[in-house]
Ligand binder design. Sequence first.
Ligand code: NAD
Length: 473
Amino acid sequence: MTETKTYPENKFWSLFEKQKVNKYRVGNSSYKQRIKKLNAVKKAVEFTYRDRIKQALHDDFKKPFTETDLTEIYPVVSEIKFAKKYLKSWLKKQKVKTPFSLIGSSSWYKYEPKGVCLIISPWNFPLNLTFGPLVSAIAAGNTVILKPSEMTPNISGVMAEIVKELFDENEVALVQGEVEVSQELLKLPFNHIFFTGSPAVGRIVMKSAAQHLTSVTLELGGKSPTIVDKSANIKSAAQKIAWGKFMNNGQICVSPDYLFIHEDIKADFVKEFKLQLNSFYSDDASMSQSYCRIVNEKHYTRLVEHIENAKQLKAKIDVGGQTDSRENYIEPTVISDLPDEASLLQEEIFGPILPVKTYAAMDEAITYINSKEKPLALYIYSKNKKIVNQIIDNTRAGSTCINNNVIQYSNHHLPFGGTNNSGIGKSHGIFGFQEFSNMRSVLKQHTKGSIELLFPPYNNLKQKIVDLTIKWF
Ligand code: NAD
């Protein structure tokens, strides 16, 4: 990293420099000091600001209050609880074994903070995906600049207030603004960038980071397939998929993007799916307090175009299809008989539309999935262990949930993240902490070591010792 280079022309240089000056103090903060900061964030999110957070998200895209508790407040609070439970052990020096060839020494590694970090977050879970990584960054001892999405301004405003109340800007700062703000920040030589968003912007972030050889975590998206095998419990699968697909109006990175179902059970599944939707959102989801809206007109129009494209291609609307531009409302929609060129099968949907494809043999589904980018999540509904293993062994994905969806995200013992197009690096628990840390190796020589025996000048005896070392140690 270009530690000495300055960027006075950059709008955020003075803020960046304040954090750079402060990074060793923050980096050397004790376990207790870090816990104090995490407790302050927890108190703000769980108590002081909780109602304002819920109102802000309702104002941004009519997000139901309970859904905010479940998918924004709870994930941040549980990430903090998890970090508090394990931080002491993460901060300990991690002793490792010494090979015989290095006799007389001992070795360990320690997690040291990366330094000044940038967190860029999306709008779909704005609190969770801004403060979640912040928890890992604080636990690891970093200073942080946060840049939330411009598309959810109400919650960004509340997060800015929280950060201002709890932190000095030389430690954690939040800057608001349009895409240009992110672009300006990305010119600076951060020690780490944690980005959550689309693969297209992920490429831009990685390119900028390359200028300074800044490490990156990219939490991206894409199309997450869901396979429903003939042996699956249809009612349970329909219920869970309806929940995972239409929560947050389908604007979830790990929501089931499209369905692959055995042709023999498709009709029964669609019938059951309608019943489940009815029980969640009544027969008119536009009147339901449990169904939120598309975030803005741009995304609403994008989704309506998907439905129009499907209609033009003579696809079958099995469920829904109604829209209302005054409210950015799209009814829960299920579409089948789509040709492969349909836009719904080409792009990440990120909305309440579920395309359904059928298969006769599992190989067809696997071949199709493997012809696409590696997904962030791949879901399997099946009672057949052999089928489950066949799918897992022959596909690649960031995560898999069997007989459920989305909830793999909330086990902090699991790494969360994608692979290639769906992401680089992992978050949550120790994996998030590691992402914001450098594993620094230390070897300490205690007594005279064996390596001294091999110092030049080389001779036959030394060659023999080298030969024995290669052979035996
Ligand atoms: P986005 O990529 O458009 O924007 C994300 C962030 O990048 C925003 O803060 C935005 O201001 C900034 N940004 C946008 N264009 C930029 C540019 N040209 N240069 C620099 N910064 C730029 O994503 P989004 O629409 O906010 O979110 C939806 C995407 O995020 C989906 O692809 C979804 O799958 C993905 N996502 C992934 C996860 C995950 O954990 N893997 C979670 C949520 C969303």
